[in-house]
Design a protein around this ligand. Structure first.
Ligand SMILES: Nc1ncnc2c1ncn2[C@@H]1O[C@H](COP(=O)(O)OP(=O)(O)OP(=O)(O)O)[C@@H](O)[C@H]1O
Length: 251
């Protein structure tokens, strides 16, 4: 694969919490311009993988390169939408402010968002159908609305790579459709989109690449090649075994 076609390169990445490895010797190459799902059972290390790639967690070994360079060099080109549950929604701020704050990556820390940034924020809110909530406190939003606000915030950043940790969690079917449409639009504009996803049924429909993770990488690649029954069995085997062990008395 040519270097300029690879957006992200992960080498020998091992991560542990309290000395217990949760990611083991991860090697992964993500080409530019794909829409990729990361799947695996609960606790497989999906969120940890994304967070480690973008320097939020320090690995024991290994590193991640973006377009062949360190994360720090490319910080402004990388957007991250965390899991909704990991954010303090009681923070006293309104929807438009949260969204315009997404432009900080471009503004630097000192400058406050001005008229131009506000206009960008409004456009993004319009795109996710949340404009009428722009002055609402973020504590007064439903789960699906929070998710849309986060998406708008990522959109104003106008990054080249988007990492999203379970963007469909707790949203209704209509919002899910709207989000997937946006992700496809990003891809059509040449962006790289990486999404932690839970629902195996929708994986082939939503994404064109998939990574199967369970502490180690089981496989990754184009959907047809990687999303096979055998790979799925390998990925979920320990989870299935654990389920039957816990339910021995009832099965
Ligand atoms: N801050 C932390 N301290 C200690 N252990 C952690 C921490 N964060 C995650 N873990 C553990 O690391 C493992 C991987 O967690 P991670 O959240 O990356 O998995 P995941 O695949 O995203 O899970 P899920 O699908 O349930 O969200 C789990 O066993 C989890 O309990």
């Amino acid at each position: 694969m040519r270097m300029d076609k690879i957006a992200v390169q992960v080498n020998d990445l091992t991560v542990a919490y309290h000395k217990k490895p949760v990611l083991w010797d991860i090697d992964l190459e993500i080409p530019s311009g794909i829409l990729m799902g990361i799947v695996g059972p609960n606790g497989a290390g999906k969120s940890t993988l994304i967070k480690t790639m973008i320097n939020l967690i320090k690995p024991l070994t290994g590193r991640t390169l973006f377009w062949g360079e360190d994360y720090k060099v490319n910080r402004k080109r990388i957007a991250y939408v965390p899991q909704r549950g990991s954010v303090d929604w009681d923070f006293p701020t309104n929807v438009l402010d949260v969204v315009t704050m997404g432009t900080y990556g471009k503004l630097g820390w000192i400058k406050r968002p001005g008229k131009k940034e506000k206009e960008k924020g409004i456009k993004a809110l319009e795109k996710v159908d949340m404009l009428s909530y722009s002055h609402r406190q973020i504590s007064q939003l439903s789960g699906g609305q929070q998710q849309r606000v986060f998406l708008a915030r990522a959109l104003v950043q106008d990054a080249d790579i988007y990492f999203m940790d379970e963007p469909f969690q707790g949203v209704d079917a209509k919002t899910e459709k709207a989000i997937i449409k946006l992700l496809e639009e990003l891809k059509d504009r040449g962006k790289t989109v990486v999404v932690v996803h839970h629902d195996l049924h929708t994986v082939p429909e939503y994404f064109d690449w998939v990574t199967l993770l369970n502490t180690i990488i089981i496989d990754y690649g184009p959907m047809k090649e990687a999303f096979t029954e055998e790979n799925l069995k390998k990925t979920y085997k320990s989870a299935i075994d654990a389920f039957y062990k816990n339910h021995e008395e009832v099965v």
